[in-house]
Design a protein around this ligand. Structure first.
Ligand SMILES: [Fe+2]
Length: 254
């Protein structure tokens, strides 16, 4: 039983554990790609930028396949269904700009997807069909003093997908972006507004590919808003969020 299963969450250093010849170049390709993410259409003027694509992992062979995108006016989109857990977008269907093909085939990104997958645990019957993987590239970017960039939802919450992993790509000249892990009952609250006994750990990710994962039913999680730090120039926090869920087979009695 790994720590994720035992405690409901775990922290990782994937730059260390995935280390291979060429990891730096692959990381730099992803880092450069974050420089030019489009604004989140669903959070205009909130200093949030993002792309999203979906893949499946085949249990057994552990092959990763990226799902086809939807094209509108020459732009590729990937559809997203949040389910019922995000209080700001309850049950909503959304379409995000896709992650480009050259990045979808980046070895480091695919290694991260499989490394996370190895941490997850499933019922035997869940492993008959593909595991669904949602990959979000999210950048919070603040240009001026007083600007604030907020993650959604801005409270302790559960995602709905059984597993979510967050991987830091870059953190530069910001204050905030502090992570908190809490008991499930604390969902809906800000960490400051909940009993301190409900908080399991508070931490910040500083270094490239510093990461954490949650087993969603057993914990709630949070990341605080980001503001510009005291140095010259802009501030940003870039992460890759990856969620995993089993293929849900319709219940014929419903
Ligand atoms: Fe979340």
């Amino acid at each position: 039983m790994n720590k994720l299963q035992k405690d409901g969450y775990s922290r990782y250093d994937l730059m260390k554990s995935l280390n291979y010849e060429g990891i730096e170049q692959d990381y730099n390709e992803i880092l450069a790609y974050f420089a030019d993410l489009p604004e989140d259409d669903y959070a205009p003027n909130l200093n949030r930028y993002r792309r999203y694509s979906r893949a499946i992992v085949l249990p057994g062979t552990e092959d990763v396949f990226w799902l086809p995108t939807i094209e509108r006016n020459g732009v590729d989109y990937s559809a997203y269904f949040q389910g019922k857990f995000n209080p700001e977008h309850s049950g909503s269907y959304r379409e995000f700009h896709s992650i480009d093909e050259n990045i979808r085939s980046n070895k480091l990104l695919n290694d991260i997807i499989i490394a996370n997958y190895h941490e997850t645990f499933w019922n035997e019957e869940d492993k008959i069909l593909p595991i669904h993987v949602g990959v979000h590239f999210v950048k919070l970017y603040v240009e001026n003093d007083g600007d604030k960039a907020v993650s959604s939802p801005n409270c302790l919450h559960q995602d709905g997908e059984p597993f979510t992993f967050a991987h830091l790509i870059e953190r530069k000249n910001i204050v905030g972006g502090t992570n908190a892990i809490a008991v499930p009952e604390a969902a809906g609250n800000n960490p400051e507004d909940t009993d301190e006994n409900n908080i399991i750990e508070v931490f910040e990710m500083e270094n490239p590919l510093e990461s954490y994962g949650v087993y969603d039913p057993n914990v709630s999680h949070y990341v605080s808003p980001v503001e510009k730090g005291s140095e010259q120039g802009t501030g940003l926090r870039s992460v890759i969020l990856i969620d995993y869920q089993q293929t849900v087979v319709a219940d014929v009695d419903e």
